[in-house]
Design a protein around this ligand. Structure first.
Ligand code: IVH
Length: 750
């Protein structure tokens, strides 16, 4: 985390008047604004600068020396950024030794000291295309040839910087960055890293010997290895690590190298500092190649580009792919390739001018937890969620986050009033990760799950052995609303205009008790509702009308039969052809249930649930309303169409089969893909002649990695050399049948 930062585009610091003072000191860091230049700082500027220096030093120490950060990296970056902007406005505040300029932290007395020559510098951060443009303009002002120079883009690995020296081919020294000038000698620990060659292989048959070579790079832990380590730690009752970076740092700082040896650390070399016995290459890319030829691991994503547009495109591309790499990256480092040009460009006191770190928007930020509330779903499940002071995280403003269930709240011990860390990675729903305990207000108490349903006031029930708490009242208004919203949702009956707000209004007005009532709504009644009007009413009625001809599998999904998802629904629709045939099998006792259970994708649990559904008079009444309204109950000729298959939102029969771009290909989908449910994605592949499987083998052609992909799957794909396609390229893959990375890399030298 720590290099000094500037604020993210659009970052806002949202606080309400009741925020605790200590929280404000962190929160306001999000609004580093440039004010009018003033000659002397006001007393509050002095006080704030003092406070910021204290906070930055405190959090840098927690991060660098104790490997136990309390606040997310994004918060830290914002604090540094606020301090730097104050120091820029009032240069007299930029005291010697300000933590805004510090690189890392002083070395720990646990290890002996190693002097770095040249010092291990930090990098300046940028956060937007404009920042990158300004950086390139600065370079061109110093050396005009920089405008056309080759730039090397490398993933910015979220690990621990390390200097490693080989003498006569043998690893003799490894040292952490420390404060940049003096680091810690961790040779014995680093020597246990399997990815590092014990002795360097010499390139070619030149007969030359490398007498000495210093490389710098990042020690990191792959996500899968980190998860596995935490499982082991937990089973052994040992400390679990918050993230792969902390576990890498903690593993390196062991006094006993035997412990480090059990930790799955990896390394990527990103800088050749010096070499004796072989000529130093003239460019960075060539130096990376040389290190790689010597047997040192060099990140394969490295890419040489020219010009701002290509740099920005690379940053965006890797930002989209960051969760499918199998290791954590927090940005892209852009470096001038030509080493003599680097010399001309020089360095500031703490960072080279010839390189810059483009930081991705932080996926974790802290904010105040205003309240914990409970929402009631269509099956009555009561889910606790956090009401937050709005915070920009993962590229959007978040004011609510899930807390999953009672046990999760208790395990995390998050309490109203706490400063909490909120995480939003990609399309995944935001969640509360933890509380910042040092900021907990005095007198706070653990949160208790409410005994009564917030919607109907009835008792909430948690059965022994279950993690969910439920509202068993089928007439509960929130359940009614949720059932209607589910029925009308896009993968189900797809009724545009029947969202949460509208459904709640209609339930409240007594116009809807269940989804069957949707078809009895009259245009005139709708038009008279608050916020409706003639046009919206007509549109809603038209959407309701057209939903009547949705295919049977989607009607089955819409009914909300417990455990029945789109795959099972399709199997049922295919096998039975009509809702009545399914209902009669479901009502035919054990033999019927067996018939249902024999279908691929159904099984005994879903079969029992289908028969329970059709055994309930309330459900049969809904089915009856649908029948009388003329909703199609048969699948005759209908096929579910995934989004994008013919440019429509789904539901219609495709006018023509899409091109067979994936004919004969086996594809594995992992993680969630924006715009597609898993089943829609599988359908889209099948419609183009492809096959999907759930496990990866050497026969797999490509793995499509959406948000939160399975780390084990990605690891296996990497081991087997199977192409991994980022979920954001799924549409492209369907369309062209080409692997985006390979098709799109023309003109790239890396
Ligand atoms: S180059 C003088 N390249 O980022 C420049 N650093 O914020 C030396 N990092 O201390 C750094 N990936 O720990 C460089 N591909 C990469 C990197 C990288 C991660 C880390 C490194 C550095 C920090 C600066």
């Amino acid at each position: 985390m720590p290099p000094p930062a500037e604020p993210h585009d659009g970052a806002v610091g949202a606080h309400s008047a009741h925020s605790a003072r200590s929280a404000r000191s962190i929160q306001t860091a999000q609004t580093a604004q440039t004010a009018e230049p003033a000659r002397h700082p006001a007393p509050e500027d002095l006080a704030r600068a003092h406070e910021l220096r204290r906070l930055v030093a405190h959090h840098a120490n927690l991060y660098h020396r104790l490997d136990a950060p309390e606040i997310p990296d994004g918060d830290y970056d914002a604090l540094v950024s606020e301090l730097r902007s104050l120091e820029e406005r009032f240069p007299e505040l930029a005291l010697d030794g300000s933590p805004s300029m510090a690189v890392g932290a002083a070395p720990s007395p646990l290890f002996s000291e190693v002097r770095h020559d040249p010092p291990m510098m930090s990098l300046d951060n940028v956060f937007s295309a404009e920042d990158l443009a300004a950086w390139m303009e600065r370079l061109a002002r110093i050396a005009p040839e920089a405008a056309h120079a080759d730039l090397v883009c490398e993933p910015k690995i979220d690990g621990v910087a390390m200097s490693i020296t080989y003498e006569n081919g043998r690893l003799v020294r490894a040292a952490t960055r420390g404060n940049g000038v003096v680091g810690e000698d961790v040779t014995a620990n680093v020597a246990t890293i399997r990815a590092l060659p014990e002795s360097l292989e010499l390139p070619g048959a030149s007969g030359k010997r490398i007498a000495r070579m210093e490389v710098r790079g990042e020690v990191y832990m792959a996500v899968e290895d980190f998860e596995e380590l935490n499982r082991r730690q937990e089973a052994a009752g040992e400390k679990v690590f918050a993230n792969p970076r902390n576990s890498a740092a903690g593993s390196l700082r062991q006094k006993d190298p035997a412990v480090t040896a059990t930790r799955p650390l990896s390394f990527w070399a990103y800088q050749l500092v010096g070499i004796e016995g072989l000529e130093m290459p003239a460019g960075h890319r060539a130096a990376l190649d040389l290190m790689s030829e010597c047997g040192l691991p060099v990140n394969p994503l490295t890419r040489v580009v020219k010009g701002l547009d290509a740099v920005v495109a690379t940053c965006r591309e890797w930002q989209g792919a960051r969760h499918s790499l199998g290791y954590e990256i927090d940005g892209v480092v852009v470096k001038v390739d030509d080493l003599s040009l680097r010399e001309k460009l020089g360095s500031t006191s703490h960072a080279p001018r010839w390189a810059v770190a483009f930081k991705f928007p932080p996926e974790e930020r802290s904010t105040r937890l205003v309240d914990i509330q409970v929402s009631i779903g269509r099956t009555g499940r009561a889910t606790p969620f956090a009401v937050l002071e709005p915070v920009v995280v993962g590229g959007s403003t978040v004011s609510m986050a899930t807390l999953h269930n009672e046990d999760q709240v208790l395990r995390k011990d998050v309490r109203p009033g706490d400063l909490v860390v909120v995480r939003k990675a990609g399309d995944v729903i935001p969640e509360v990760v933890s509380s910042v305990l040092s900021e907990r207000p005095e007198g706070s108490r653990p949160w208790k799950f409410p005994a009564k349903c917030p919607s109907c006031g009835g008792p909430l029930v948690r059965l022994p052995g279950e993690s969910d708490t439920n509202c068993p009242n089928l007439d509960c208004p929130d359940q009614r609303v949720a059932r209607v919203v589910h029925f009308a949702s896009r993968p189900a009956m797809d009724i545009e205009g029947m969202g949460e707000k509208r459904a709640a209004q209609l339930v409240e007005e007594g116009l809807l008790a269940d989804p069957g009532d949707i078809y009895a709504l009259a245009q005139g009644t709708l038009a008279a509702l608050e916020g409706m009007g003639d046009l919206s009413a007509a549109n809603l009625i038209a959407a309701i009308e057209s939903s009547k001809s949705r295919p049977l599998d989607r009607l089955l999904v819409a009914l909300g039969i417990r455990h029945l998802g789109p795959v099972g629904a399709r199997a049922l629709a295919r096998a039975f052809g009509s809702l009545d045939a399914i209902a009669s099998a479901a009502s035919a006792g054990a033999a019927g249930e067996e018939e249902l259970a024999s279908l691929d994708g159904i099984g005994p649990v879903i079969a029992a649930s289908i028969s329970a559904f059709f055994g309930s008079p309330a459900n049969l009444a809904v089915v009856d309303k649908l029948r009388r309204a003329g909703v199609s109950f048969s699948s005759a000729g209908n096929a579910t169409l995934p989004p994008g298959a013919s440019g429509t939102a789904g539901g219609a029969v495709p006018a023509e089969m899409p091109a067979q771009t994936l004919a004969g290909r086996t594809v594995v989908v992992t993680g969630s893909l924006g715009g597609y449910t898993r089943e829609q994605a599988e359908d889209a592949i099948a419609l183009r002649g492809g096959r999907t499987t759930s496990s990866i083998s050497s026969k797999t052609w490509a793995v499509v990695a959406g948000t939160a992909p399975g780390a084990a799957k990605l690891g296996k794909a990497e081991r087997l050399g199977v192409a991994i396609v980022d979920g954001s390229h799924f549409g492209e893959l369907l369309e062209t049948g080409l692997l985006p990375g390979r098709a799109g890399q023309a003109g790239q030298a890396g």
